[in-house]
Design a protein around this ligand. Structure first.
Ligand code: SAM
Length: 263
């Protein structure tokens, strides 16, 4: 097996600061014997802290050359899975289980990773992740702000979002170029129940397709000119608005009206 060397392509910025690691692990509020996934344990600094909580820990690490280091430190006290977290069959690994995720994520997988998390949202009790600060701000953004968009709406649809804290580059080795942030996602108990969630996201996608265009123009991608006019008469949402000004409730109103028009 090859000796370990830092790989930029795998987003290997390892945490150096034990206080930060402790703060991340504490945010997960882990109970004894609870099932926890860590994505990308690296050399195991966060893993060590999580194990102190006496949880049932499964770690997914893509880099085979970290395997001996992790095995030497933790032996069989963790379930180490040498696989790409984006390529595993999540449904198979999760089964009906309820668990928590804690991770200092490799930044380049943030979007596809969050997509998997929302797809399987019912399986998670909490998701505590360190990501780029700029992405954390977009996830946490309120309607009408410059950061508000599809990502904010999507994550906030499934989860309550809490901004944990900011982490500066010098607390990693090697240091990343940008600030990082820890966020906590907790499944919403009041998540809207929609008949056709897939179509709801289609409407959202279309509404944000061109941020500068009014809803009226963007909706032409899925509706004829006549139908858009009809929508303008029947829907409470003013079609001269732009997607970024619509709350979740507004989007639901829009989706329901578009759906009625199409069916
Ligand atoms: N947890 C460690 C820490 O905080 O020091 C390492 C975090 S480092 C930012 C990200 C880790 O994720 C690296 O160890 C990297 O090899 C691993 N990784 C990258 N892409 C991955 C993927 N698709 N699936 C699983 N692990 C991955």
């Amino acid at each position: 097996m090859k000796k370990f060397r830092h790989k930029k392509s795998l987003g290997q910025h390892f945490l150096k600061d034990k206080n930060i690691v402790k703060k991340i692990a504490d945010l997960a509020e882990i109970e004894e014997n609870e099932a926890v996934w860590e994505v990308g344990p690296g050399k195991g600094i966060l893993t060590q802290e999580l194990l102190m909580k006496k949880c049932n820990l499964t770690c997914f690490e893509i880099d085979e050359s970290l395997y001996p280091i992790l095995f030497k430190k933790f032996g069989t006290s963790i379930n180490l899975v040498n696989k790409d977290i984006l390529k595993i069959n999540w449904k198979e690994y999760l089964k009906e289980k309820q668990l928590k995720i804690v991770a200092n994520l490799p930044y380049q997988i943030t979007s596809p990773f969050l997509f998997k998390v929302t797809e399987n949202a019912d399986n998670f009790k909490k998701v505590v992740i360190m990501i780029q600060k700029e992405v954390a701000e977009r996830i946490n953004a309120g309607v009408g702000t410059k950061d508000y968009g599809k990502l904010s709406l999507k994550i906030q649809f499934y989860f309550k979002v809490d901004y944990g804290f900011t982490v500066k580059p010098h607390l990693f080795f090697p240091p990343p170029k940008v600030d990082s942030a820890v966020i906590v996602l907790t499944p919403r108990k009041d998540k809207p129940c929609l008949e056709d969630e897939k179509f709801f996201w289609k409407v959202v996608e279309v509404a944000f397709q061109n941020r500068r265009k009014m809803l009226r123009r963007n909706l032409r991608m899925i509706l004829s000119k006549e139908k858009v006019e009809e929508l303008g008469v029947n829907c409470k949402i003013d079609l001269a608005r732009r997607g970024e000004t619509l709350t979740e409730k507004d989007f639901i109103e829009l989706y329901e009206n578009v759906r009625t028009l199409i069916n």
